[in-house]
Write a protein that binds this ligand. Structure first.
Ligand SMILES: Cc1ncc(C[n+]2csc(CCOP(=O)(O)OP(=O)(O)O)c2C)c(N)n1
Ligand SMILES: [Mg+2]
Length: 549
């Protein structure tokens, strides 16, 4: 039995939970943890330049690796900065544990220096918040935090650690990691679902993050192939099925293909797999017609079932478990198969995602052509991360994601996510090519992480689409309040020069002529690389042309 400080015990627990990376901005309130990491080089602590960067990196690291992401911040100012990434983890069902240094116990409730009541502040934002008020309880509560983050519908958990508690000493007798076994599926429910599919003429699958979280992509493919059901992906979950697969018929999100919406609405049985049918996926909750359609929803979280639409069959299960059980029950040929419908829907998707001929501008870079080049040049084993903004419309519409070309984005639509997310992904998957795709507005929200990238030698490529404006909002403004431009115009520094000042490298692309060679140079670069792509401010969206006032 060894006497240890609270900070040391926290690190012992992290080690038992097999944490390998953690992202932080340091603070005096939890220096005891930081100092204890000195003896534990197996846990790498990465200092970032803003807590939003730390939480985005932890969230994307978790998405890319399937492990729990860990971030740390100090009291009120640090924790509130951290919250954007925790909100993302909540909406995206990503397991994250945030350790936050808190005001000393005797001062709590006095509005002490930087005091925030974290239980109240994070109640809605996180899956669970706990303040550990006695050093003896660290092992129990911190292990529980990890269990809660990864079990059921994963999500963010905040652990508040009062400064003085981290310095208290106690004997540490070791502690236990609770293994998480995903719940087994109710076999009768699977039979019921299959029975409904058997009677269906036009079944349809909407697949979401639950498929990716349970690594059930292969099973989904087999299930869809055997039953010949078309599959659409939920918002920003392109990887549920390779996009070139004949059963893949498109994605739901902003500016989804209207033909896809029509096809989903014409379905008689809709299988909702691992998606809560968010506002964006469900097209403002208009996508399904609960009265006319039979809806079967499978989700690991009971409370997600029926959240957006009334469902006929709700099945609480891990997606892989559900699909494996269903596959074991299925006899090939027993179900109605309509090859022509799938073929037609897949062709509709291919048509919608085929890139129109570039105009051939010499004054600006056309994103159509950038997408065509990227489709050819992005190597196997790549991850593309992105921010929120209109530039994303081109990526969503034209890029074909697959098992070896993954997408990681925030369904919470948080600007500033793309670049730090790329750093988190690269740290988790060092052998993959990682590319972030951001607008000028979003990139500048977390651009200071260029220093983190240079210092830690995290070789990612950041593509920054520069139209010198908050283009998405400007587009809304032009439609809703024409000729009244307010707060949407920006001026920017040279992003490639900025990258060089930070110790990275970069290039500014003013038209398409050099993009291919510039991108190839970025792929060869040994240092983080920024490609600033200057685009026509008049082409504000992939779908509409907006007349700028
Ligand atoms: C953190 C955050 N703040 C504000 C918004 C609202 N918002 C959505 S898109 C957008 C503008 C994005 O601008 P930019 O990154 O330059 O991309 P563009 O639309 O110009 O392609 C804004 C302000 C948001 N989604 N997230
Ligand atoms: Mg912009």
């Amino acid at each position: 039995m060894t006497e240890m400080s609270g900070g040391q015990i926290v690190v012992e627990v992290l080690q038992r939970e097999e944490v390998e990376k953690a992202f932080c901005v340091p603070g005096e309130s939890y220096l005891g943890i930081i100092d204890s990491l000195y003896e534990h080089p197996e846990i790498k602590l990465i200092a970032t330049r803003h807590e939003s960067g730390a939480s985005f990196m932890a969230e994307a690291y978790a998405k890319a690796t399937g492990k729990v992401g860990v971030c740390m911040a100090t009291r009120g100012p640090g924790a509130t900065n951290l919250s954007i990434g925790l909100h993302t983890a909540m909406q995206d069902s990503t397991p994250v544990v945030a350790l936050i240094g808190q005001v000393e116990r005797p001062f709590l409730g006095k509005e002490a220096f930087q005091e925030v009541d974290f239980a109240a502040y994070f109640r809605h934002l996180c899956k669970w918040t706990v303040e550990i008020d006695a050093v003896e309880r660290i092992p129990e509560l911190l292990h529980q935090a990890f269990y809660k983050a990864k079990s059921g519908r994963p999500g963010p958990v905040v652990v508040s650690l009062p400064h003085d508690m981290l310095e208290d000493m106690t004997t540490y007798e070791g502690s236990k990691v609770t293994t998480y076994h995903k719940p087994a599926v109710h076999k009768e429910a699977v039979r019921q679902a299959l029975e409904k599919i058997k009677q269906a003429e036009k079944p349809f699958i909407i697949a979401g993050g639950g498929v990716i979280l349970s690594e059930a992509e292969k099973e989904l493919q087999m299930f869809a192939e055997q039953l010949q059901i078309p599959v659409a992906s939920a918002f920003r979950r392109f990887n549920v099925l390779p996009n070139e697969h004949p059963n893949y018929v498109g994605w739901l999100g902003f500016c989804a293909n209207p033909d896809l919406i029509t096809a989903i609405q014409a379905a008689d049985v809709v299988l909702v797999m691992g998606t809560r049918l968010s506002q964006v996926t469900s097209q403002d909750y208009t996508l399904l017609k609960a009265r006319e359609q039979t809806i079967i929803q499978i989700d690991i979280e009971a409370s997600s079932i029926g959240k957006a639409f009334a469902v006929d069959v709700g099945i609480v299960a891990d997606m892989k478990n559900f699909l494996q059980t269903a596959l074991s029950f299925m006899n090939e040929g027993e179900y109605s198969i309509n090859h022509t419908r799938i073929k037609m829907l897949h062709e509709q998707y291919l048509k919608h995602s085929s890139i129109s001929e570039p105009i051939g501008s010499t004054s600006y870079t056309e994103l159509n052509r950038v997408m065509r080049d990227l489709t050819e040049l992005v190597p196997e084993n790549s991850v593309i991360t992105s921010d929120a903004g209109n530039f994303y419309g081109w990526l969503a519409r034209y890029f074909k994601f697959s098992k070896t070309k993954r997408y990681i984005g925030s369904t919470s639509g948080a600007m500033g996510y793309g670049f730090p997310a790329a750093l988190g992904v690269k740290i988790g998957c060092p052998n993959q090519t990682v590319i972030s795709f951001s607008g000028d507005g979003g990139f500048t929200m977390t651009m200071q992480e260029l220093e983190t990238a240079a210092r830690e030698q995290i070789q990612v490529i950041a593509i920054v689409v520069n139209n010198n404006m908050y283009g998405t909002i400007r587009a809304h403004q032009e439609k809703q309040f024409p000729n009244r431009v307010m707060a949407t115009t920006l001026t920017n520094p040279s992003f490639s020069e900025m990258a060089k000042l930070y110790g990275c490298d970069g290039i500014t692309v003013t038209d398409n002529a050099s993009f291919r060679t510039d991108f190839e140079a970025a792929l060869r670069s040994k240092v983080p690389y920024v490609i600033e792509v200057q685009t026509d401010p008049n082409i504000l969206s992939v779908t509409d042309t907006v007349q700028l006032s």
